[in-house]
Structures are given as structure tokens and as C-alpha cells.
Design a protein around this ligand. Structure first.
Ligand SMILES: [Zn+2]
Length: 305
């Protein structure tokens, strides 16, 4: 320690000056607008969309609850600044509505579609056929991921267009003469007629909210694109949930797009004991599972140039 009083005074002044400078800096930092951090996909926020859909009741195609679910989706997409096209048609005397939202121009960067079905199955035929399915996972989870992506995605909209598709009439297959994947088949067959840009890739998310999550490669999906997505999931630490092994082949809303010649991937967790039962309720779904899928898609979509 130096006991020279002049030096000590100087040192004290220096310390005071430094303290004042720090204080001024903090003050300036408080006044300056915070830099806008890019939004990150939140599983908690996504989960609120699961409960909000289920609160409307059974979203069976042609019912009031289905109409309200569609209206809620449209309202949120508008609030997040997306353009919207509602595609309506009649199937077996039942009104069907697909909702297609988009942002961006789709220049050199190409065009991607991410889809999910928002209708729910009218019969819990794996358990009690006279009762409907609430569809917290089978329906609501995919929609929840899309709506949270609608809020959190940020990309160069001058070079790339992203579509979000909400399919109706996926889930009444084999009931009273209904087919599966009615809405997505219609959208794929009529793609381009309302000015839709040709697609580079299509990702489907279906039944991805199970709290006990295992999402395997799906056999009708594009293998290269599957690997890209599962690799990103691994890098994000989700390899115990989004597992790079083959398991099921699914007839799902990606198939009409595969048949169009689009590289398509179905992200689906078919190891779900409550599938098409009355037990497919929000308590079986977790924010963490929604976040694993949502973050993977967010990182992939935002990494595309
Ligand atoms: Zn289903």
C-alpha cells in the first residue's frame, strides 16, 4: 500500500471518476431503447394455444366449435401480420375450411409450407366410439406450434415466402364414408389456382405435443430433409425426443404434397397411448414438447437463405 497522501487523493478521485462514469453509462443504458431481440419460440406460449383450442370444445369439421377455432386462428394470424386466404368447399354435405397464411415474396430463396390440421375426430373409436376426441395432441398441438411460429419467426421476407397451412377435415377417416386428409388433399389439388407460389418443401406437424415425446423419422417423408431437421434437433439438445431412427409410415396431410412432387416431411409422434381416445386432453401435452418441435423448425426456417 502507498501511504503518500497526494497519491491516495488522486486514486480516490480516479475511483470517483470511474464510479461516476459507470453511473452515467448505466443511466444512458436505461434511457436508450433496448435493442429489439429476435423473438424466440416459447413452448409456454404455444401451450396456451392448446388450452384455448380445447376450451372451444370438440373442433369437428362442420361444427360451431370448428368454426370458432378457424376464426381464432385467422384472428391471431392477422394480428401477427400474415396475409390470409380461406379456402372453403363442401365435402359429403359438410362445409370445410382450410386456412392458408403467408408472409414474404418468395424470390430466389424459395417457398416453404408448414402445416397442421385443426379439426378433431368425431369418434374416440380406439376406446368409446360414441364419444368425440378432444384432440389436445391430435390437432391442437400442431396448430399451437404454427401459431407460436407465426409470432416468433423472423426471416428476410424479400427473399423467401413462408406459408402456414391449417387443414380442416383430416381426422374423420373411415367414419360414415369419410376419407382421411380431405382438407390437405383439396389444398394440394388446387395449389396455384389462387396465385400460390410453387413449393420447395412442406413440413407437417401432427401429434407432436405428447409430454412423453418420441418423434421418429417417418417413412413416407423426404429422407434428406428429415435428416436436416433431425440434425438441427440434435444440435439443440433434443435427440432424446426427436430421434433419428425410422419407425412408422403414415397416411397424413403431407401425402398430397408428396404426390405433387414436393419434398415433404411429417413430424409426428405416433407412440401416443391416448390416440383417438377420450383421454387426448391438455394434461397429456407439455410445453417442453411443443418447444422442441417449434425451436427446431424456427432454427431451420431462419437458417435458410
Ligand atoms: Zn387423428
Amino acid at each position: 500500500m502507498n501511504k503518500n497522501p497526494i497519491f491516495r487523493l488522486t486514486a480516490r478521485r480516479k475511483r470517483l471518476a470511474a464510479a461516476f462514469a459507470l453511473f452515467a453509462l448505466l443511466l444512458a443504458a436505461c434511457r436508450a431503447p433496448a435493442p429489439t431481440a429476435p423473438e424466440t419460440f416459447s413452448g409456454e406460449r404455444a401451450y396456451t394455444w392448446v388450452t384455448r383450442q380445447c376450451d372451444l370444445g370438440y373442433r369437428i369439421t362442420g361444427t360451431e366449435a370448428n368454426r370458432k377455432a378457424g376464426d381464432m386462428i385467422v384472428e391471431e394470424l392477422r394480428a401477427q401480420g400474415w396475409e390470409i386466404y380461406e379456402q372453403t368447399f363442401t365435402y359429403l354435405e359438410t362445409p370445410v375450411r382450410n386456412i392458408l397464411a403467408w408472409k414474404g415474396t418468395g424470390g430466389e430463396g424459395g417457398v416453404i409450407l408448414v402445416g397442421a390440421h385443426y379439426d378433431t375426430r368425431r369418434s374416440a373409436d380406439q376406446e368409446n366410439p360414441s364419444l368425440p376426441v378432444m384432440g389436445a395432441n391430435d390437432g391442437a398441438s400442431g396448430v399451437a406450434v404454427l401459431l407460436e411460429l407465426a409470432r416468433s419467426l423472423s426471416w428476410d421476407t424479400k427473399t423467401r415466402r413462408i406459408y402456414l397451412a391449417f387443414f380442416d377435415a383430416e381426422d374423420n377417416g373411415r367414419l360414415d364414408g369419410w376419407d382421411w386428409i380431405v382438407g390437405s388433399s383439396y389444398m394440394a389439388q388446387h395449389w396455384g389456382e389462387a396465385g400460390e407460389s410453387s413449393l420447395e418443401a412442406m413440413i407437417l406437424v401432427d401429434m407432436i405435443g405428447d409430454a412423453d415425446q418420441q418423434v421418429y423419422y417417418e417413412r413416407n417423408s423426404d429422407p434428406g430433409l428429415s435428416q436436416t431437421l433431425w440434425n438441427i434437433a440434435g444440435q439443440l439438445g433434443y435427440s432424446d425426443r426427436i430421434i433419428p431412427e425410422y419407425r412408422y409410415a403414415m397416411l397424413d396431410d403431407h401425402i398430397p404434397f408428396v404426390q405433387m412432387g414436393v419434398s415433404a416431411v411429417d413430424m409426428i409422434d405416433f407412440d401416443y397411448p391416448y390416440w383417438h381416445t377420450t383421454q387426448d386432453t391438455p394434461d397429456k401435452v407439455s410445453a417442453e414438447s411443443l418447444e422442441a418441435i417449434g425451436r427446431t423448425l424456427e432454427v431451420w426456417l431462419e437458417s435458410l437463405k
